[in-house]
Structures are given as C-alpha cells and as structure tokens.
Design a protein around this ligand. Structure first.
Ligand code: CTP
Ligand code: MG
Ligand code: K
Length: 182
C-alpha cells in the first residue's frame, strides 16, 4: 500500500472512534454513570462520565461510520485508492462504543490515582479511546479487524491519534466547549 493509502485508510478507519469523544463533550451532562458512588473515598468515575454523553458518543460514531460507507466509493476514487474500508455495523458499534468505554476506563484509573475530574493524565488521555476502540472492534468483528488494521495502518494510528487529539481538544477549549485544553 502507498503511504497515502496507508494514512488515508488509518484515519478513515478511526473516524468512528474519534468522533464519539467530541460528541460526548457537546451532548454530555445529566446523570453520571457511577450515580455519584465512591470507592475508597474517591468517585468511581466522576461527573464527567454521563449516560447521555456515552450514548450520544456511541450513536454519533456509529452514524458517522454508516455515512462513510455511503461515500466509500466516491472517496476511494477521489484519492485514486481502493483501500478505504467499509464498516460492518458491528464493527462500527465496536469502534464507537469502544472509544467511549476506553475513555470511561481512563477516568476510573484517574480517580484511583487521586486525579480530580478534568485532571490531565498525559498518554492515557490521548490513547485510552484508541485502545478501547481497537479492542472492542476486534471483539465485534475479528475478520474485519485483521483485514483493516494491518501493522502499517496501526503504526499510523498510534502516531497520528495523539496529535489529532491534542489539536481537536485545544480547538474545543478555545471555542469554549471544553473546560481544559486536553
Ligand atoms: N462527557 C460525558 N460522558 C462521557 C464522556 C464525556 O458526558 N462518557 C462530557 C462531560 O461533560 C465531560 C466532557 O464531556 O466533562 C469532557 O470529557 P472528558 O475530558 O473525557 O471528561 P472530564 O470532565 O475531563 O473528566 P475525567 O477527568 O474523568 O476525564
Ligand atoms: Mg478531560
Ligand atoms: K478523557
């Protein structure tokens, strides 16, 4: 695969995992998943992980995957490639829900390590949702996963995602949508 095809495929395949976090920021609020419960004096997850945000993120990521499927041929033709993947429904849900669950898991770890809601955890903040998305996509549709996420594609994802994540969160902060720039 050419470098263009590898980069385009990596970003395309991960878009349904990138969007959920941002959708959750826009839609979040309401009842926290942990219902306010604590463990060893710290919140289990915290007020930043809500049912509404998690649901909205999952729906947004899945919907985006279906939208990408609709323009798959056009996008491949426009780039002169044929490697942009189509998302089976289960894989789409796996990517989107996995991204949200990875983020929830990170909040659990943040609370266990004494970090308040909103505190940064460099590294974890940028990759939690990638790990969650890839894991759940693999569980949801292993054949599609191995076909799509070749080693070069995975390398691009691991390099590009933290950069994209830092950039989009900084923009969301400047726009006043997010409380912290990470
Ligand atoms: N959000 C949500 N539900 C989620 C994830 C995010 O409602 N599952 C919303 C919350 O309003 C949250 C905001 O998006 O405050 C920003 O998300 P994030 O940075 O992940 O949460 P933090 O508030 O920073 O909390 P934490 O320290 O637990 O990451
Ligand atoms: Mg945060
Ligand atoms: K986060």
């Amino acid at each position: 695969m050419s470098i263009l095809a590898t980069v385009a495929t990596a970003l395309w395949a991960m878009l349904p995992a990138y969007v959920p976090n941002n959708a959750a920021v826009l839609a979040g609020g309401g009842r926290p998943i942990d219902g306010g419960r604590t463990w060893n004096g710290k919140r289990v997850l915290g007020d930043g992980k809500t049912w509404r945000g998690t649901f909205a993120g999952t729906v947004a990521g899945t919907a985006l995957a279906l939208l990408l499927n609709a323009v798959n041929g056009t996008a491949n033709d426009a780039l002169g490639i044929s490697s942009l993947p189509e998302f089976p429904l289960l894989a789409a849900v796996g990517l989107a829900l996995g991204a949200m669950l990875g983020d929830v898991g990170a909040s659990f770890l943040k609370r266990r390590t004494g970090r308040e809601r909103g505190a940064a955890f460099p590294g974890l903040d940028q990759l939690d949702f990638v790990v969650g998305a890839l894991l759940l996509a693999a569980v949801a549709d292993f054949g599609w996963f191995t076909e799509t996420f070749t080693v070069p594609v995975l390398v691009v994802i691991l390099v590009a995602t933290p950069l994209l994540h830092v950039a989009t969160n900084a923009i969301a902060y400047w726009l006043g949508l997010k409380d912290e720039p990470w």
